[in-house]
Write a protein that binds this ligand. Structure first.
Ligand code: F6R
Length: 608
């Protein structure tokens, strides 16, 4: 949460900062700000409430030229959304932008007798404390930052400019991400790779225990206690600039929905050898996978739904405990873990703080950690014993789409291999399973091209305040994901229910004004689901039915019927997800909302 960009070099910094903030805006967008050295080497600060476009208008009116500055787009934690609370925060010599939470800011206010603050933020407290250290150490940047790191508690990525040190940017981080690069136009630092893709394919990850210093010519890191120079490893990025652009689509979300066939192929192919899953390249051997007797998947939001799908398919096959946990809960429990427990953190960003904390807990208790992550070299990937990368390319829209389907694919590859190694799936069954998985990119393409009924559904939902999704077994999990997608970008209050549960209370809410979207893809229980549909229809609900094209149903059972390709019910989640993503997308656009940046949300949740 919160986007950070900093640049020091030889060209116009304003453009780099504003472009960077636009591409990082998905990390937070309730206010934004920049500070920079003008050509007299004085610091200027410009801030604005609202999206980056508001800030752009103010920066355009400012005539100063600059080649060194930093910018921030905020997702509020401490303090309301106001100009005062927007970053950068300044105190005398110190200017700070920050992603994270300084947890001990209240005790710092007492300890350092801080009387006057301009904002309600924890960040300003850090700026005031750092300024004290800077003055006490006779303006020594490294010693004063080192003292700050020993003083503040919490998680953070912070960039600092000292007013008397033009062209220099300092950065520190604990858990929260930062990436940096040096090019022939100068040095750039950002919260994630989308901020630096246009300038370089090489990047470094500032180590947690270091103070990083950017100048127009290079980037140096110093161990934060000894202040000795540290080696920085240069990494290579395999995303293209195009993959982080809209490429003609009106929104990132629609682009990312359409990228799913390719993303799935890119996820599956690297992990297949001789037509079956193979994980030897990531260093985990078959003996180790075979010895697993308990699988715990930990994730948040949409990634958790991917885990639930995998559990519902593989618990009956594996016949060992396979459970999915809400990471923000798991981290505060005492999980049962043995040396044969496999913990699978699932995360698109690889930075979600609760997933990371759960990973650390499980690791300390002795579990093997095999994460499923999209963003290369992210904190979760680096903290795991093994990592399966999902290779979906950058996901920019806040609502997760392609990351979800590739997470399911990665879980299917892994769990089917474990089932085979444990003799719970024959070689033939495994090959059949993988063949069906390989067919999903085409099924998804076909689903996307048949979107006319979905657009009609969106026109209908546009005027509604509430909506229900219902389904059974896997279709219930697809309902949870469909409801999350619809509510987060259309703001229509949407809940998902296991269809059989309706009668136990929720059916009281069914009226003529309540749309119910029912999902029916499992032949074994289709008749049960259709009975539940009749029950809500009898109470005047308007029905939208997403159903396997081969199933039998009364033609007038629903106002809208969305047939999906006849596939094994264990794979129906792929076309169904695309349908529910498109329902959410078109409903949001019908309502004229900001699809890619829904209110109150941010793409990577790096605060608790
Ligand atoms: C919803 C959504 C979120 C994320 C969740 C986990 O559309 O995107 O629910 O799935 O915040 O994020 P990652 O996968 O980055 O850990």
């Amino acid at each position: 949460m919160c986007g950070i960009i900093g640049y020091t070099g030889s060209i116009n910094a304003k453009k780099i900062l504003l472009d960077g903030l636009s591409s990082l805006e998905y990390r937070g967008y309730d206010s934004a700000g920049v500070c920079f050295f003008n050509n007299k080497n004085n610091i200027e600060v410009i801030k604005s409430v609202g999206k980056v476009d508001n800030l752009k208008k103010l920066v355009e009116k400012n005539n100063s030229y600059t080649t060194c500055g930093m910018g921030h787009t905020r997702w509020a934690t401490h303090g309301n959304v106001t100009n005062e609370n927007a970053h950068p925060h300044s105190c005398s010599y110190v200017n700070i932008i920050h992603n994270g939470i300084i947890e001990n800011y209240l005790s710092l206010i007492e300890e350092y007798n801080i009387k006057e603050r301009k904002s309600d933020t924890d960040t300003e407290v850090a700026a005031i404390v750092l300024n004290k250290f800077y003055e006490e150490t006779n303006h020594d940047p490294l010693i004063s930052i080192s003292k700050l790191m020993n003083t503040i508690k919490g998680t953070y990525a912070i960039c600092i400019m000292f007013s008397d040190r033009p062209n220099e940017i300092f950065a520190i981080r604990k858990l929260n991400p930062l990436v940096a690069t040096t090019t022939n136009i100068g040095s750039i630092i950002a919260s994630d790779l989308t901020g630096i893709i246009p300038y370089s394919k090489n990047y470094i990850l500032p180590p947690e225990n270091s103070i990083v210093k950017l100048t127009p010519y290079d980037i140096r890191a110093y161990e934060y206690i000894t202040l000795e120079r540290m080696e920085l490893q240069i990494l290579q990025l395999n995303w293209s600039v195009d993959s982080a652009m809209k490429n003609g689509y009106p929104h990132y979300m629609l682009k990312e929905i359409n990228e799913q066939p390719q993303a799935l192929t890119n996820t599956i192919i690297p992990y297949i050898k001789n037509n079956i899953p193979d994980f030897s390249d990531i260093g985990i051997d078959d003996e180790c996978l075979k010895s697993i007797d308990n699988i715990q998947i930990i994730a948040c939001g949409t990634a958790r739904h991917a885990g639930l799908v995998a559990c519902s398919v593989f618990t009956p096959i594996l016949k060992i405990p396979v459970n999915t946990f809400v990471a923000s809960e798991y981290r505060y429990t005492e999980p049962y873990i043995t040396e044969h427990t496999l913990v699978i953190p699932v995360s698109q960003s690889g930075e979600t703080i609760d997933t990371l904390a759960s990973l650390t807990l499980a690791k300390n208790l002795g579990a093997k950690i095999l994460s499923i992550v999209n963003v290369k070299s992210s904190t979760i990937a680096r903290s795991s014993d093994y990592c399966i990368y999902t290779n979906a390319g950058p996901e920019i829209a806040v609502a997760s789409t392609k990351a979800y389907t590739v997470q399911i694919a990665a879980l299917y590859l892994l769990l089917s291999k474990i089932a085979y190694l444990k003799n719970k799936m024959s070689l033939e069954e495994l090959k059949d399973f993988i063949n069906t998985l390989n067919a999903m990119p085409e099924v998804i393409k076909e689903t996307i091209s048949n979107d006319s009924v979905i657009k009609e559904v969106a026109k209908f939902l546009k005027f509604k305040n509430d909506c229900f999704y219902i389904g059974r077994l896997q279709d219930y999990i697809s309902s949870l994901e469909g409801a999350l997608k619809l509510k987060e970008i259309s703001y229509i209050h949407t809940d998902a229910y296991a269809a059989g549960e309706l009668k136990h209370g929720t059916i009281a809410l069914i009226t003529h004004d309540m749309p119910v979207i029912a999902i029916d893809t499992n032949e074994n229980i289709s008749s049960k689901l259709l009975s539940n549909v009749e029950e809500v229809k009898a109470r005047e609900a308007t029905i939208i039915l997403i159903i396997n094209e081969n199933f039998k149903y009364k033609k007038d059972i629903a106002k809208h019927i969305i047939p999906i390709k006849n596939v094994d019910y264990r794979f129906a989640v792929f076309p169904v997800s695309v349908v529910t993503q498109l329902i959410a997308y078109y409903t949001s656009t019908e309502r004229g909302l900001d699809v890619d940046k829904p209110r109150n949300l941010a793409k990577s949740v790096t605060v608790e």
